[in-house]
Design a protein around this ligand. Structure first.
Ligand code: HEC
Ligand code: HEC
Length: 436
C-alpha cells in the first residue's frame, strides 16, 4: 500500500470522508487506471454486504449449554483455556495450540503438546457460529469439543479425575458461582487417574467407581467444557480492510475505494465471488458455509487417506457428550442436528468442514494436515486439483469430489492471493477476551 493510501485508510477509520476525491492529491487520482473496476451495481453491493463482519451477529443460541452466555462462566472458561497447570505435565493449555497472537492457531502443520496431533489446529475464532467442531465435525458443540484435548494423549494427556480434581482445587469459588454449590469432598477419594476414555488402568479405575461418583465427575467435567464454550463465544473478530471496503461501497466513489483496495485486490475479490467460485463454499461474514466438502487436498505420505465426515459421523454416534446425552441441557427432541444426522453417503467420504478464511494470510500452513505452506500452493491446488486415490476397502463407494479445475491465469491467481490478504484483522490489544 503506498504511504498516502495507508494514511487515508487509517484516517478513514476516524473521519469517513478524509479521502474523498476532493481532498485527494492529483497523484491519488492518477492512481486509478481503471475506474470501472471500482464500480459495483446495487445488486453486487447487496450481495457483498453479506460478507461483512458487521453482519455476523451473536453466535446462535445454545440449546445444550444453558451457561453459554453467562459472563462468569466465560471468565472461568478463559482461566481454564490459558491454564497450563491443568495438563499432566503442567506445560500445555488450549492456548499452546490456539495462540492469540497467531489468531488462535499455532503456525504448525500438525500441533505439538504431549505428542503430535493427527491434524492441523484450526482457529477457534468464529467456531461458536459452527454447528459442528473439528475438521470432520465429530463434535456437535463447543463444550463437548473442549473435553477432547484434556484426555487426548497428544494434548493434555491427563485424565478425567486428575483434571476435575485440579479444577475444583484451584477454581472452587469461580466454579460454584456459576454452577452452584457442590460437596467438594468427593474429590479426595478419587483415584489419581480414572476415565472411561483412558488407558487400561484408567478405565479399570473408572469401572471401580460407583455410578454416583462417576456421575459427579462427569458433571464437573462437562461443566468445564461449558465454561470454555462460554469463553470462546466472547471472542470477536475486529474489522479488516475488506470490511472497510464493503462499508465504503455504497458511496460509489472509485477514488475512495481505491484508497482501501488496490486494483489487484479488487480483481481478486471479483474472481473470488465470480469465476473462481470460492464463495460457493467460503461465504458469509466468516467466509464459510460450515458444511462438509471433499476438495481433494493431497494426503501426506505418512497419513492414511482422509475419510473426513464419513468418520466424523461415526464418532458422533458413540460420543458421550452430545446434545442427546444426559450432560446436555437440551430436551431430547430439541437436538435436531443430532436427530437428523446424515450418517452415510458417498458425499461424506473425504469431506471436511469448510474453514473460515478470516485472517487466512497470516495463519499458514493450510488444510487439515497443513499440506500447503502458502496461499499460492492452495490456489494452485484449486486451479489444477489432483484428488487422492481412494482404496476400495477404505470407503464404501467412489467419493464425491466437490471442485472443478479453475484454469486461472497466473495473473488471476496472484490477484486472488492479494485479495485473501485483505481479510486480515488487526490484533485487538485492548480486548480482554483475547488476552493479548
Ligand atoms: C496439542 C494442540 C492442541 C491443544 C492443546 C488444544 N487444541 Fe484445539 N485443536 C487442535 C487440533 C489439531 C484441532 C483439529 C483436530 C481435528 O479436527 O481432528 C483442534 C480443534 C479445535 C477446535 C475446533 C475448531 C473448528 O473449527 O472445528 C476448537 C474449538 C478447539 N480446538 C478448542 C480447543 C480448546 C478449548 C482446547 C483446550 C481444552 C484445545 N483446543 C486444546 C489442537 C489443539
Ligand atoms: C466445494 C467447496 C469449496 C470451494 C468451492 C472452495 N473451498 Fe476452500 N476449502 C474448502 C474445504 C472443505 C477446505 C478444507 C479442506 C482440507 O482441509 O483438506 C478448504 C480450505 C481452504 C483453505 C485453507 C484454510 C485453512 O485454514 O487451512 C483456503 C485458503 C481456501 N480453502 C481457499 C479457497 C479459495 C481461494 C477458493 C476459490 C479458488 C476455495 N477455497 C474454494 C471448501 C471449498
Amino acid at each position: 500500500m503506498p504511504f498516502t493510501r495507508a494514511l487515508c485508510y487509517l484516517s478513514s477509520l476516524i473521519i469517513l470522508n478524509a479521502c474523498s476525491p476532493d481532498s485527494g492529491s492529483p497523484d491519488d487520482v492518477k492512481d486509478i487506471t481503471d475506474p470501472e473496476l471500482y464500480q459495483f451495481t446495487e445488486v453486487d453491493i447487496q450481495f457483498l454486504k453479506r460478507f461483512s463482519i458487521s453482519q455476523l451477529g451473536e453466535p446462535p443460541a445454545s440449546i445444550s449449554n444453558k451457561f453459554a452466555d453467562d459472563k462468569n462462566a466465560a471468565q472461568l472458561g478463559k482461566s481454564l483455556f490459558f491454564d497450563k497447570s491443568l495438563s499432566k505435565s503442567g506445560n500445555f493449555s488450549c492456548a499452546t495450540c490456539h495462540q492469540p497472537t497467531l489468531y488462535f492457531t499455532d503456525g504448525l502443520k500438525r500441533s505439538k503438546a504431549a505428542g503430535t496431533t493427527r491434524r492441523s489446529a484450526p482457529t477457534v475464532l468464529g467456531a461458536a457460529h459452527s454447528p459442528w467442531q473439528f475438521w470432520d465435525g465429530r463434535k456437535d458443540s463447543l463444550w463437548s469439543q473442549a473435553l477432547g484435548p484434556i484426555e487426548d494423549v497428544n494434548e493434555y494427556d491427563t485424565s478425567r479425575t486428575a483434571y476435575v480434581r485440579k479444577v475444583l482445587q484451584k477454581y472452587a469459588n469461580e466454579y460454584q458461582t456459576v454452577f452452584g454449590k457442590i460437596k467438594l469432598d468427593f474429590i479426595k477419594q478419587l483415584p489419581e487417574h480414572a476415565s472411561p476414555a483412558g488407558n487400561e488402568e484408567s478405565r479399570n479405575n473408572w469401572q471401580s467407581l460407583d455410578k454416583k461418583t462417576q456421575s459427579q465427575i462427569n458433571q464437573v467435567f462437562s461443566n468445564t467444557g461449558k465454561a470454555m464454550m462460554a469463553y470462546q463465544r466472547q471472542l470477536q473478530i475486529p474489522e479488516s480492510r475488506f470490511d472497510l471496503f464493503i462499508e465504503t461501497l455504497p458511496t460509489n466513489q472509485p477514488h475512495r475505494l481505491a484508497e482501501i483496495f488496490s486494483a489487484e485486490e479488487v480483481r481478486g475479490l471479483r474472481l473470488f465471488v465470480g469465476k473462481a467460485n470460492c464463495a460457493s463454499c467460503h461465504n458469509g461474514p466468516l467466509f464459510t458455509n460450515y458444511e462438509f466438502h471433499n476438495i481433494g487436498a493431497p494426503d501426506p505420505q505418512d497419513q492414511t487417506v482422509e475419510l473426513g465426515r464419513h468418520e466424523g459421523v461415526k464418532s458422533l454416534l458413540t460420543d458421550e457428550f452430545t446434545c442427546l446425552s444426559e450432560w446436555s441441557d437440551a430436551k431430547e427432541n430439541e437436538c435436531a442436528e443430532m436427530r437428523f444426522l446424515k450418517t452415510n453417503g458417498t458425499e461424506l467420504v473425504g469431506a471436511l468442514k469448510t474453514p473460515s478464511l478470516r485472517n487466512i494470510a497470516v495463519t499458514a500452513p493450510y488444510m487439515q494436515f497443513g499440506q500447503f505452506d502458502s496461499l499460492k500452493q492452495v490456489i494452485a491446488h484449486y486451479n489444477r486439483p489432483t484428488p487422492p486415490v481412494y482404496n476400495r476397502e477404505q470407503h464404501p463407494s467412489r467419493p464425491h469430489f466437490d471442485i472443478m479445475p479453475l484454469k486461472l491465469s497466473e495473473q488471476e491467481a496472484l490477484a486472488l492471493e492479494s485479495f485473501l490478504g485483505t481479510l486480515t484483522s488487526p490484533l485487538p490489544k485492548d480486548d480482554p477476551w483475547w488476552g493479548l
